[in-house]
Ligand binder design. Structure first.
Ligand code: ADP
Length: 717
């Protein structure tokens, strides 16, 4: 007798045992129905084991007629769960994003003229033939075009004038054609693409770091690797940061491959989600472009994963299953034996160290194609050039913007802060406006007349009186957001067309595309933007970038603050001078001596990298040591702190592991829950995931309290 261990897509630590009925055969990865309590649930056969006859077990009720998950996929689920210290059921839930996708596509009846004219023709039937097309189409579509009711279409079919056929609602995606388009590559690009093509052709596990300056043509180069992967029905997955999933990005794929890829992201409507899932699982969607969660689609023939902008923090999922899609992409490739390309103009130090040690192939694009030069970056020391009182833009930035506008070119002002002002203070009593249930200041959004908490989304109308002392008209904004910078720019350049680009101003994808098009066509003179502007947009007439606050991302306790600042500023400056016009960037700063900023101004990446790596090595920080975090939260501040202390007291003792904390993080209260953090630092040789799992095994989390493990944390809030 055999038992099946069934994993359900829920948060329980293991798979459950069931007896296999004698007349039922299943294999690992099959979707099966099995009883839990009084309910019948869908799960996946995780393993098949001999029955020891010791227990009475419930039986598997039935097997779902659908394609099983592959052995590779099961291994990937298991690996993800173990590495990130979560239950495999939660990872399975990320894989099964749509139960409907397990069924064949629903069908819908389409009608087209049969070519036979029934004896009884009416004006309505004639209208269907004249104006109802194009055929085949649904009755409702034909009816609308012909100006008749859908019932007329159906009765016309019964009379023999139309033919009905059942067509799948979820059609296949257009097949990409590897040889469709493509640019004439420069010799350097050709070399790089040959390297990548060679790797993909190995059909074995390998990772390449495509390290090319902004605008060097990395996308064009990895397209060639994608083309190689698509041969003989292979599949390719391109991961991009969520906000780079724009229409403009998609149409580049169409230009190269003749078909739009399947786009996958977290906000997909259900119908599209099931269609893409099913097509990807059947191997029919060959090219998928998606945000991080696309990594958990069950591709059967995957031959390449590209992680574009691999340094980007949006690859880290911070809620639910906390994982880093860049790292898990490498894991998946190792299990399924295929290639990964990590692409960036500012690779993470982790990837650079792997490339230097020879673990990853290092493919370098040192320059932009043609005569296009990289923008020159200079610092503006705010001690020497303070802006006017109450202002935020210094004279050198104003002068530079004036010059490019006079030449009919465009300027961009960058500040990664949404809204008008990050803080509102009462002139009378000194109180700051706080979020009601979270340790976070309320941000003024003047465009909407509201104040908002950016941590929780809470918002309310801007109050007239101070909530604390009740004095009226005493609330004043402190510090700048993009709205305030735009207001200031409008004062300096009253004639200029100024637009703000942030997540508040960009609504739908169509909206973003329209604004991008206006910018490309030169209809905007000055674009004031947050990090929304950084990713993957090409603006041919943009020749000056002014960074309003170069120090912003240096603050806080994040060990990667210097690296992030360096990466962001290179990327922001890289927006300038894309076509045949040279660009330049000015960065306002109070800390011109900071290594990240000084290296930027010197145009010396190597200097920054060596200094930063030396520091990390000395402090045993990634990539030379490992980090993990425990985040505890609960409804009572004192009890949360006591629980955190108890957790620390239960830590396994091992050499090479150091425990820091517990301590209250910068956001000590979030949505009414009090938080505590513990930071765990280990030597590189320690299996930190295993250590954390052992530790977690000793913890009993009280009711209403939460205990999360974050492997390699990117956020320290
Ligand atoms: P990256 O991804 O490195 O920032 P892209 O692939 O987006 O660079 O290329 C930047 C711009 O240069 C794009 O508009 C692209 O079409 C153009 N480009 C890249 N390579 C070539 C080439 N060989 N010939 C002409 N234009 C190119």
């Amino acid at each position: 007798m055999k038992n099946a261990q069934v994993l359900f897509p829920v948060n329980v630590p293991t798979a459950f045992d069931y007896r296999l009925p004698a007349d039922m055969t299943v294999q690992r990865g099959d979707f099966v129905f099995a009883p839990i309590g009084k309910q019948m649930k869908l799960g996946v056969v995780w393993d098949i084991v001999d029955d020891d006859g010791q227990r009475t077990l419930k039986e598997i009720a039935g097997v779902k007629a659908t394609q099983p998950l592959s052995a590779e996929m099961l291994k990937f689920i298991s690996w993800t769960a173990r590495y990130n210290c979560v239950s495999p059921g939660l990872v399975l839930r990320m894989v099964i994003r749509s139960y409907k996708a397990l069924d064949p596509s629903p069908v819908v009846t389409h009608f087209s003229p049969s070519g036979i004219l029934p004896a009884k023709m009416s004006p309505a039937r004639a209208a269907i033939l004249e104006r109802g097309g194009p055929f085949p189409a649904r009755a409702s579509e034909i009816a609308e075009r012909a100006g008749v009711s859908a019932g007329v279409v159906r009765s016309f079919e019964k009379a023999g004038g139309m033919r009905a056929q059942s067509l799948a609602v979820d059609g296949p995606f257009g097949a990409p054609d590897a040889a469709y388009g493509g640019m004439a590559l420069t010799p350097a690009q050709r070399n790089a693409s040959d390297d990548l093509i060679y790797q993909v052709a190995q059909k074995d596990f390998n990772v390449s770091l495509l390290d090319g300056v902004t605008g060097s043509g990395k996308t064009e180069v990895y397209f060639e690797a994608v083309a190689e992967a698509l041969k003989d029905g292979g599949q390719a997955l391109i991961l991009v940061p969520e906000i780079a999933l724009t229409q403009a990005g998609m149409s580049r794929f169409k230009t190269r491959f003749g078909a739009e890829p399947a786009p996958w992201h977290s906000q997909l409507p259900d119908a599209q989600r099931r269609r893409i899932w099913r097509e990807a699982a059947q191997g029919r969607a060959q090219l998928v472009v998606g945000a991080r969660s696309a990594l958990y689609l069950p591709f059967p023939n995957l031959r390449l994963i590209v992680v574009d902008e691999e340094h980007d923090t949006s690859y880290k999922q911070e809620e639910g299953v906390i994982y880093n899609a860049r790292d898990m992409a490498v894991v998946r490739a190792k299990i399924a034996k295929h290639s990964v390309v990590l692409a960036s103009a500012t690779p993470s130090l982790e990837s650079l160290v792997n490339a230097r040690s020879g673990r990853y192939a290092h493919v370098v694009l040192p320059e932009r194609p043609g005569a296009v030069t990289l923008p020159e970056i200079k610092l503006v020391d705010l001690k020497d050039h303070p802006p006017e009182k109450g202002d935020y833009i210094s004279a050198p930035l104003i002068d530079a913007a004036r010059q490019v506008l006079a030449r009919g070119e465009q300027a961009m002002l960058y500040l990664n802060r949404r809204g008008y002002a990050p803080l509102i203070i009462c002139r009378n009593c000194g109180e700051k406006l706080k979020s009601p249930d979270t340790d976070s200041w309320l941000v003024e959004h003047r465009a909407t007349g509201r104040v908002m908490c950016h941590k929780t989304g809470f918002s309310m109308r801007m109050p007239k009186a101070c909530p604390d002392c009740k004095a009226e008209d005493t609330l004043v904004p402190v510090g700048p957001g993009v709205e305030r910078v735009a207001e200031e720019a409008a004062r300096h350049f009253p004639e200029a067309k100024i637009e703000i680009f942030s997540s508040d101003t960009s609504g739908s994808p169509a909206d973003i595309a329209a604004r991008m098009a206006r910018m490309e066509q030169g209809e905007i003179d000055i674009l004031v933007g947050t990090q929304m502007v950084v990713k993957g947009h090409n603006f041919p007439h943009l020749t000056f970038v002014g960074v309003v606050d170069g120090d912003l991302s240096l603050a806080g306790g994040d060990p990667r603050a210097g690296e992030r600042t360096y990466q962001t500023l290179v990327q922001v400056a890289g927006r300038a001078g894309r076509a045949d016009k040279p660009g330049h960037a000015l960065i306002q700063t109070h800390q011109p001596e900071h290594e990240a900023l000084a290296a930027l101004a010197a145009g010396d990446r190597e200097r920054f990298i060596s200094a930063e790596l030396a520091l990390r090595e000395a402090l045993l920080l990634p990539p030379y040591g490992k980090l993990a975090a425990i985040i505890i939260s609960g409804p009572d501040k004192v009890k949360a702190a006591a629980f955190a202390k108890k957790v620390v007291s239960l830590a396994p003792r091992t050499d090479g592991v150091e425990i820091l904390g517990p301590s209250e993080p910068p956001i000590g209260r979030l949505r009414g829950m009090y938080r505590q953090r513990i930071l765990i630092q280990s030597e590189d040789t320690v299996n930190l995931s295993k250590y954390m799992l052992t530790w977690r095994g000793r913890i009993k989390t009280p009711n209403k309290y939460k205990f999360h493990i974050d492997i390699d944390p990117q956020s320290f809030m």
